[in-house]
Design a protein around this ligand. Structure first.
Ligand SMILES: *[C@@H]1O[C@H](CO)[C@@H](O)[C@H](O)[C@H]1NC(C)=O
Ligand SMILES: *[C@@H]1O[C@H](CO)[C@@H](O)[C@H](O)[C@H]1NC(C)=O
Ligand SMILES: *[C@@H]1O[C@H](CO)[C@@H](O)[C@H](O)[C@H]1NC(C)=O
Ligand SMILES: *[C@@H]1O[C@H](CO)[C@@H](O)[C@H](O)[C@H]1NC(C)=O
Length: 482
């Protein structure tokens, strides 16, 4: 008996050692791939009582994007995610070099997916082309591609025309597509319309780069919010300008008016970056069943080579955020209300927290809420053995910054708190999201803390109120090491 037990235990240990992924950096409450590579969120929708989030996925390697598939996860609360089988494979002539990004629309109890099929021609003068395709799912799990794909060919707009975002207004469907023109030197957003999701007509060019906004606009989105219209997109090729545009690629928006009769979009603002951290790209929004405009982004950036790659997974999504528009036409981002379900144990709470107070987070997770005087500086560290992220508010200059150290560690922007200085900071095993004030400024950045993580106020600063809670593990550990 004893011998058998020993044998079984040894076998189990060997078995678990072989499969175990070091989950040191794997998120506890953000969606990440079960293994392999994740980038853009796709097909975000609310279908038959559940949120569905698809994503650009390479199941075969965490080292490179490979040939994109659509990964798939569902959640009832936007924090507890369950992985479903791969929804779409690159298995058709028009998508064999990648089932690229796209969106979902629910109609007649069916989930329709519109996406970009990428087709490479390594030896031709046009090295790739991109066609828009339709797919659908009735059960929310198995996806069928439409037999008469592609639904948009657009030879005159090749080779970069992608990332359809679809919505409905009245009886008509609309789609915004990212495109590159003038020999791929300028980006723009094209607007299409359709009565049936299958036959599409170009109706206008919503907006375009004049040279200052890049060579390609990826992941465009267009929606009405609080009486205005927002064109949200991820331009490539915008040059750094002081504290602005310091990531490889940007995500930002233009607020304006829009007329469904003429299809004219009239901007009221300049392009504004939506987030000020290092890792925020390829946003997608939806209007959910509760009439909330929800946003999710890929919390990563191209060409970063973060250490999680060697743990068998790459990429994660941000916390889903609810959007609103301020009177002065700025998007406000708040973590969705469901976040309270992911909040764990209370670790610390006090009025008047003096500098140098150091609080240990559990499992590298935490929600840190701080209230303080807007007329005093604040300096706070999220720190571990080998990496420290510093969050600083400079009241004289009206600046808020996040510095994760190392090369290109600093990100900052102007911010004048309304009345009190208020921060909400969400720490996960390899990420940090900072919401300032009502959510008028956010920072989303990855960091890779070794071992335990602590939060500490700098000696010379103090908080009027400070509360720290752990966050619950709402996502499963990854299951295999590539
Ligand atoms: C939904 O059903 C209505 C009524 O049968 C039909 O007219 C419409 O075309 C359907 N929508 C789609 C996208 O197929
Ligand atoms: C694009 O490039 C080709 C070849 O270099 C050139 O003939 C053509 O005029 C260019 N078109 C535009 C719109 O710049
Ligand atoms: C492009 O437009 C922006 C404003 O949207 C303006 O600041 C900039 O000077 C323009 N650039 C060029 C090259 O015309
Ligand atoms: C901290 O250590 C981990 C594990 O050795 C490493 O992956 C990470 O890059 C380190 N971070 C810094 C800033 O050195």
């Amino acid at each position: 008996m004893l011998a058998i037990h020993k044998y079984v235990i040894v076998a189990l240990l060997l078995y678990s050692c072989k499969c175990e992924v070091d989950d040191q950096y794997y998120p506890r409450y953000h969606l990440a791939p079960p293994s392999g590579w994740m980038n853009d969120p796709n097909g975000f929708c609310f279908f038959k009582g559940e949120y569905h989030l698809f994503y650009q996925y390479n199941p075969d390697s965490s080292q490179e994007p490979g040939i994109a598939h659509w990964g798939h996860a569902i959640s009832k609360d936007l924090f507890t995610w369950e992985h479903l089988p791969i929804a779409m494979y690159p298995d058709q002539w028009y998508d064999k070099s990648g089932v690229f990004s796209g969106s979902a629309i629910v109609e007649n109890d069916t989930m329709y997916l519109l996406y970009t099929g990428n087709l490479n021609h390594p030896d031709a003068s046009l090295d790739h082309e991109q066609h828009q395709a339709l797919a659908f799912s009735i059960d929310g799990e198995s996806v069928s591609k439409y037999e008469e794909n592609p639904v948009i060919d657009a030879p005159e707009y090749q080779p970069n025309i992608r990332d359809p975002k679809v919505w409905k207004n009245g009886d008509t469907f609309y789609m915004v597509l990212g495109n590159s023109f003038e020999n791929e030197t300028l980006g723009r957003a094209l607007l299409y319309s359709s009565a049936d999701l299958k036959s599409w007509d170009l109706v206008s060019i919503l907006d375009k780069s004049n040279g200052s906004l890049g060579y390609m606009w990826e992941c465009p989105d267009f929606f009405e919010i609080d009486g205005k219209f927002v064109l949200l997109f991820s331009p490539q090729g915008v040059k750094p300008q002081g504290d602005k545009y310091n990531n490889l690629y940007q995500t930002g928006y233009i607020v304006g008016n829009f007329d469904y009769d003429t299809y004219n979009f009239t901007p009221l603002t300049e392009f504004v970056e939506l987030d000020h951290g290092h890792d925020f790209y390829a946003t997608q929004t939806i209007l959910d069943a509760f009439n909330r405009r929800l946003l999710v982004a890929w919390m990563d950036m191209w060409e970063q080579n973060y250490p999680e790659r060697d743990d068998g997974w790459t990429g994660q999504m941000t916390i889903v955020r609810e959007l609103s528009l301020s009177k002065d036409n700025h998007l406000i981002q708040k973590p969705v209300a469901e976040i309270i379900l992911a909040r764990g144990r209370l670790l610390y709470t006090a009025r008047r927290t003096k500098g140098s107070k150091r609080i240990e987070l559990t499992e590298k997770t935490g929600e840190i809420r701080i209230k303080s005087k807007a007329s005093k500086d604040l300096n706070l560290f999220i720190e571990s053995k080998n990496q420290s992220v510093k969050i600083s508010y400079d009241h004289k200059q009206g600046l808020i910054s996040l510095d994760r150290g190392g090369h290109d560690g600093l990100r900052r922007t102007g911010w004048k708190p309304i009345r009190k200085l208020k921060l909400k900071i969400y720490v996960d095993a390899s990420s940090i999201e900072v919401f300032c004030g009502r959510g008028e400024v956010t920072f989303s950045s990855r960091f890779f803390p070794e071992d335990k993580v602590f939060v500490r106020l700098r000696e010379d600063t103090e908080a009027e109120e400070m509360t720290v809670s752990s966050m619950r593990r709402t996502v499963e550990k990854p299951d295999s090491n590539n």
